[in-house]
Design a protein around this ligand. Sequence first.
Ligand SMILES: [Zn+2]
Length: 407
Amino acid sequence: MLIEIKDIENVFHIPDPWYIHSCIFDEIKQQLDVYIKVDKDTLLSCSECGAENQRFFDIADYDRTWRHLNFLEYPCYVHAEHPRTDCENCGKKRRVHIPWAIKPRASFTKLFDAWIMMLVKDMPMNAVSRLVGEHDTRLWRILHHYVDQAMAHQDLSHVTKINTDETSSKRGHQYITIFVDSDKKNVIHVAKGKDAATWKTCKERLEEQGGHAKNITEVCMDMSPAFIKGASDYFPEASITFDKFHVIQEANKAVDEVRRNERKTCAELKNTRYAWLKNEENLTKKQKSMLDKLKDSELDTAKAYRMRLCLQEIYQYPAPIAPMVLEDWIQWGLRCRLEPMIQLAKMLKKHFDGVVQWFQSQLNNGILEGINSLFQTAKRKARGYRSDKNIIAMVYLLAGKLDFSAK
Ligand SMILES: [Zn+2]
């Protein structure tokens, strides 16, 4: 079949009134240059007021260039005339919209952008940058544009439950807080820091996108005072569930502290740390045989370990009796004479309502575990350019379930 120039225009997605004037393969630069002109008799829309059928006025730029999808293995550049209209409606002389690019000053065509967005989901940005031969700051700009646009169109009117957790964004002590819609299981907000103010920005974001703070009936989080304050200040209608993984983590910390104190006087506890902290099904053979030998002993560590197992089992109880069982456990803890376990019991007493709320809400931050691993991936993908802004955009891209087709 003979390929006609019109076919090539379709292949390159060049719409009327633009037409391909020439295609030149530059052997030195090893690139394809597609030169496009505009039909000066066609009527165009005014980019200022949108009035249609405005007469061509002049060419503002004779050679605006956009990088397009590769032609075979060669980079391809579209060079086009950029006309202006002299609008009868608003009286302004304006450059017309360019249909193949997101904005007039963009360096890439929309198809090139789409290719980049596909690649960054699977590759670190610096690898994408090397592959396509473009500086990464230009590529980050593409990512931010589409993520910002999709977020601006995200509908959060249905959100009634929120899971929250913080995670470190960089080495050292910089944190971001991630808010997830418990039902749709997608990230709806990411805030820098881990203080109460992160909840304020979550509320603002929710309300900007059609949601309402008073619609939020449940939140799930750890026992940090800042989160409790943030949730109560900005989502006063919501019941708080303390995430059960955090509760068990606190119990593990207490067991570990008991072991550290006891190890100084007990040689048997040497190198046993992880055996006491893991769940039994995850133990190695060696750890299991050590634990079998020690777990029923009179050691303080063994006692604390048994207390942790009992606490964990409470989550298996039916909702009507679980609070009573927890109450008993707390009394046991308060009287046990192991300081770290006493502190744990006090903590559970203080946060009792939020701990037992789990039996109603069944919310846990398991979703955030998954998102956290996506987040760690995002950090790797942002390698070398770990500004919070870039990392946050990556989190939205990977876990926001955003609709990138939104206009
Ligand atoms: Zn106009």
